[in-house]
Design a protein around this ligand. Structure first.
Ligand SMILES: Nc1ncnc2c1ncn2[C@@H]1O[C@H](COP(=O)(O)OP(=O)(O)OP(=O)(O)O)[C@@H](O)[C@H]1O
Ligand SMILES: [Mg+2]
Length: 263
C-alpha cells in the first residue's frame, strides 16, 4: 500500500508518518518512508541515527542522478528530457537504512513553476511516486509538505490512501476539505482523517461534526500527549522516546485500522 500523510502545517504529519512507518515495519512490512517535505524532518521522527541522517543527500539536489535519469540537469532551460525516468531501483540505491528495517528516501525541495510547467526534478519525483512498485506486505509512507499547493505537482498521484491529519481547529479542518476536493482529481482512492492533539471528548466531537458529509471518515484519534513535545525537543523518535505513551498507542491503533482495510 502507498500512503501519503497530508494536512495543514504543524498538525502532526511528520510524527504520525514516522511512527506509523516504524510500527508497520515492526508488523513485518517492508517499509519505504519518503520525505517529501522540504524541511526534511522525517529522519528524526523515524529515528534514523544522526550520523546517517547528516549524510543524506536529498534526491532533488543530486543533479547527477536527475541528469542520468531524465537526460537533463535541473535548471537547464529548453532541454528536452524524459518525463518518465526509470525509478524502480532508486529506493534500494539511494534510500538510507533506519530502525526496524525501514528505508528512508529524502526528496528535498521539488518545485513546479505553474501549471503545465515541468522541470527534470519534478519529473523524477513524480515518476518515483507513481511507479514505485508495491507488493503484498510492502508499504510506502510519504510525509508530505504542509497545505495543498504541492498537490498540483502531482506527486500524490497513484497513492492508495491519503491520511489527512487534523487538529481540533477549524483551519486544519478547512484545509482537509480542500485537500479532499483536489484528491478526487488526482485519482486518490480514499482520504481518511486522523484526528490529532485531541485533548477532550469535545475536541473529537467538533471534528466529527465539521466533517459530516465531507466523505472523509475519521480512522483514528490521537490524544494530545506532552511526551510527544518532549521527544521533539530531544530529537528522539517518538516511538523510542515514549513507546508506551497514549499518542504512540493511538498510532498503533491507526496502523491496525489501515492494515485491516487495505490488506
Ligand atoms: N499528539 C500530539 N501531542 C502533542 N504534541 C504533538 C502531537 N502531535 C504532534 N505534536 C507536536 O506538534 C509539533 C508539530 O508536529 P509535526 O512536526 O509532526 O507536524 P507537521 O504537520 O509535520 O508539521 P510541518 O507542517 O511543519 O511539517 C511537534 O512539536 C510535535 O511534537
Ligand atoms: Mg512535518
Amino acid at each position: 500500500m502507498k500512503l501519503a500523510v497530508v494536512g495543514k502545517g504543524g498538525v502532526g504529519k511528520t510524527l504520525i508518518s514516522g511512527t506509523l512507518a516504524r510500527l508497520l515495519a515492526r508488523d513485518g512490512y517492508k517499509v519505504l518512508a519518503i520525505d517529501v517535505d522540504p524541511s526534511m524532518n522525517l529522519a528524526y521522527s523515524i529515528g534514523v541515527p544522526a550520523d546517517v541522517a547528516a549524510k543524506i543527500v536529498p534526491l532533488s539536489e543530486d543533479h547527477d542522478l536527475i541528469e542520468e535519469r531524465t537526460g537533463a540537469r535541473p535548471g537547464s532551460s529548453g532541454a528536452v528530457f524524459s518525463m518518465t525516468p526509470t525509478v524502480f531501483d532508486i529506493a534500494e540505491k539511494y534510500g538510507v537504512p533506519g530502525p526496524d528495517g525501514i528505508r528512508l528516501l529524502v526528496m528535498g525541495t521539488v518545485r513546479s513553476g505553474g501549471s503545465g510547467c515541468m522541470c527534470p526534478t519534478n519529473a523524477l519525483a513524480k515518476a518515483l511516486m507513481r511507479h514505485l512498485l508495491v507488493s503484498v506486505k510492502e508499504a510506502v509512507v510519504m510525509d508530505m509538505e504542509a497545505g495543498l499547493e504541492h498537490l498540483g505537482r502531482g506527486t500524490v498521484r497513484g497513492v492508495d490512501v491519503m491520511l489527512c491529519v487534523v487538529e481540533p481547529r477549524m483551519q486544519s479542518i478547512e484545509t482537509a476539505k480542500r485537500i479532499k476536493d483536489l484528491s478526487t482529481d488526482l485519482g486518490v482512492k480514499a482520504v481518511l482523517v486522523v484526528a490529532n492533539k485531541v485533548k477532550r471528548d469535545e475536541d473529537l466531537t467538533l471534528i466529527e461534526r465539521a466533517l459530516v458529509g465531507s466523505g472523509m471518515p475519521i480512522i483514528a484519534s490521537v490524544p494530545y500527549d506532552e511526551s510527544m513535545e518532549q521527544a521533539d525537543m530531544s530529537r528522539i523518535a517518538p516511538l523510542d522516546y515514549a513507546p508506551n505513551s497514549p499518542a504512540v498507542k493511538a498510532v498503533d491503533t491507526l496502523k491496525s485500522g489501515i492494515i485491516s482495510r487495505y490488506s
